[in-house]
Design a binder for this molecule. Structure first.
Ligand code: ZN
Ligand code: ZN
Ligand code: ZN
Length: 233
């Protein structure tokens, strides 16, 4: 007969325990415990107010949503009512065993106490309400700002699109300009050539043809028909 410690038993009988909530397989019961405590998002827990009419099984991952449910809210009210009536019952219960003087004294004391507690609760509620209204203002401001930023962003995107288009147009235009300029350059060159070839200067109504490189052209025998035309009035 052999004896196992509890962990030996778990290791041997349940080598790969799986989570009963989500079915995840774990390597050891320690892993499973860790998984249930920290990771499992299917695990259910009882609400802290289960004794006051709230749910006994809430999915832990959805506990924040649970706090907003009607059932939980009415459980809070039930809880507060129970606390209040308990405090009143306490006063009555104590009163029945005391003489009038002590009763008066104790009631004064505990009503002072309750008043003080109520004041503290009121202050806390005030602070919380302040916090909530500050948060509300922040939310409004932030949503306002976010709207502004969104609008600015939209406008920026539109401007960017326009800019892109105009850059495209400009580059197309520049591309079209290049051959034009080449043609223009050729025109200028040929015009210059023409001007160099034929220049006439008029001083006194006489038309004078100027022929450049006269000598070399003469030498090359370019112009044989006329050399110089002088027009006499
Ligand atoms: Zn077992
Ligand atoms: Zn699980
Ligand atoms: Zn609850």
């Amino acid at each position: 007969m052999s004896f196992y410690s509890s962990s030996d038993h778990l290791q041997q009988s349940h080598p790969n325990p799986s989570c009963e909530y989500c079915g995840k397989k774990c390597n050891s019961t320690n892993d499973l415990d860790f998984h249930k405590l920290n990771e499992c998002n299917k695990i259910t827990i009882p609400c802290a107010l289960k004794d006051y009419g709230c749910s006994t099984s809430v999915v832990r991952a959805e506990i924040v949503d649970h706090y907003k449910t009607e059932r939980h809210q009415s459980s809070i009210i039930t809880f507060i009512r129970k606390i209040l009536s308990k405090s009143i019952n306490d006063q009555h219960g104590r009163g029945s065993t005391m003489d009038a003087d002590t009763l008066h004294h104790t009631t004064m004391m505990s009503s002072d106490n309750v008043n003080k507690q109520l004041q503290e609760v009121c202050q806390t509620v005030d602070i919380l309400a302040d916090g909530v209204s500050t948060l509300n203002e922040d939310t409004q401001r932030l949503s306002h700002e976010s709207l502004h930023i969104n609008n600015a962003f939209d406008a920026l995107i539109r401007e960017f699109a326009i800019l892109k288009l105009s850059i495209q147009e400009q580059s197309t235009y520049l591309d079209g300009l290049k051959p034009n300029q080449d043609i223009l350059n050729e025109d200028v060159a040929s015009s210059k050539q023409k001007l160099d070839d034929i220049q006439f200067v008029s001083y006194d109504g006489t038309l004078l043809w100027k022929i450049t490189n006269f000598n070399s052209r003469m030498g090359e025998n370019f112009l044989t028909r006329f050399i110089l035309i002088k027009d006499n009035p």
